[in-house]
Design a protein around this ligand. Structure first.
Ligand SMILES: Nc1nc2c(ncn2[C@@H]2O[C@H](COP(=O)(O)OP(=O)(O)OP(=O)(O)O)[C@@H](O)[C@H]2O)c(=O)[nH]1
Ligand SMILES: [Mg+2]
Length: 328
């Protein structure tokens, strides 16, 4: 990873990862090119941005001449992250979303129950996370909107039926269908530094029907076949502790920390945290609230952990989960 990428650049790159249309991609790439620090260490990255920009411009021109219907799905983003739940038919995707949110997607013992993507909100320790239930992946007929939804997600949940002997092969097919379209279930977020066409999306393997005694063997088969890096969680709708463990694992997959802001002389509102990426700084936090705030930022004061009680820190200070921050 090249050094000295600024918070403004990192924000532009995150916007690019989420960009839904060629026009949005062109805008974000232009911004990235403008903001990237110019030195030897970023040469490869600059080249990758430039080549992606020409691809995005060409795509923009093609779509302007002949608009491609149905490649983009307009689902508004809500909460601190968007997590798309994918998997083979009958893998337990809708059951998982039903158990973690207030939504009531149709759950049924036969395949192809879900026909349309369905967004729902998962509350987790003061935060709200958007989960999107999707129709089963059919590797030979992956609709463009589905690919776009997965590529631009903040995280993925791959539902894996722990009780089905076909689950290893079917889940391999799902992962390969996306890999063939330059989209990876990964343990990190971002792009291949040399080819921005390859998107890595942080993923979690959710093993459903984990009340089956042999789920572990099936998962092993799957992992061996693919050398699949993401973490996993065992889920069974009948066991509440696995449901809450799944919610926690989904939040972990987003790689966020929760921080609370306060105004001078006032108490912090500890019920509604803001979130920034793990490793994010005081400046990243300010930037998320408003660009002007980040520009005019002088310092911050910090509470929350036992070893700092109003301690003054600079804009590069890395925040931790639970920090209470006063921006000055
Ligand atoms: N016991 C148990 N049954 C589950 C669990 N997860 C899913 N099921 C059952 O598995 C079947 C399929 O679940 P769905 O959630 O509808 O699966 P899906 O992946 O959404 O299926 P499609 O929409 O058709 O792709 C249903 O009969 C569920 O009740 C689980 O954790 N435990
Ligand atoms: Mg379903």
């Amino acid at each position: 990873m090249p050094a000295n990428l600024t918070p403004m650049y990192r924000k532009a790159e995150r916007d690019f990862r989420r960009a839904q249309t060629p026009a949005e991609r062109v805008e974000c790439l232009q911004r990235m090119l403008q903001l990237i620090p110019r030195h030897k260490g970023t040469d490869k990255l600059q080249a990758a941005i430039k080549s992606s920009l020409s691809e995005a411009r060409a795509e923009l021109q093609r779509t302007q001449n002949a608009p491609k219907a149905g490649s983009v799905l307009r689902i508004a983003r809500h909460g601190c992250g968007r997590v798309v739940v994918v998997g083979a038919a009958n893998a337990g995707k809708s059951q998982l979303v039903a158990a973690l949110t207030n939504a009531a997607p149709e759950v049924a013992p036969f395949p192809f129950t879900t026909r349309e993507p369905l967004p729902a909100m998962m509350p987790w320790e003061g935060t709200q996370i958007q989960l999107i239930d999707t129709p089963p992946v059919v590797p030979d007929a992956l609709p463009p909107w589905m690919l776009n939804l997965v590529r631009t997600a903040d995280a993925l949940v791959l539902a894996f039926d722990g009780a089905d002997d076909d689950a290893p092969a079917q889940s391999c097919d799902v992962v390969r269908a996306f890999a063939e379209r330059r989209t990876r279930f990964s343990s990190r977020a971002g792009f291949d530094p040399e080819d921005f066409g390859v998107a890595h999306v942080p993923a979690l393997l959710a093993v459903t029907r984990a009340n089956d005694p042999d789920w572990n063997l099936r998962v092993e088969l799957f992992r061996e076949e693919l050398r699949f890096p993401p973490a996993q969680v065992a889920f069974d709708v009948g066991q509440p502790d696995t449901v809450s463990a799944t919610a926690a694992a989904i939040f972990d997959t987003l790689q966020l920390v929760r921080v609370f802001t306060k105004r001078p002389g006032e108490a912090a509102d500890l019920t509604s945290p803001l979130t920034i990426g793990v490793g994010g700084t005081v400046e990243d936090l300010a930037l998320q609230i408003h660009e002007d705030l980040a520009r005019d930022l002088r310092h911050a004061r910090l509470w929350g952990r036992s070893d700092h009680d109003g301690q003054v820190v600079g804009r590069d200070y890395v925040l931790h989960d639970g920090d209470i921050v006063e921006l000055h």
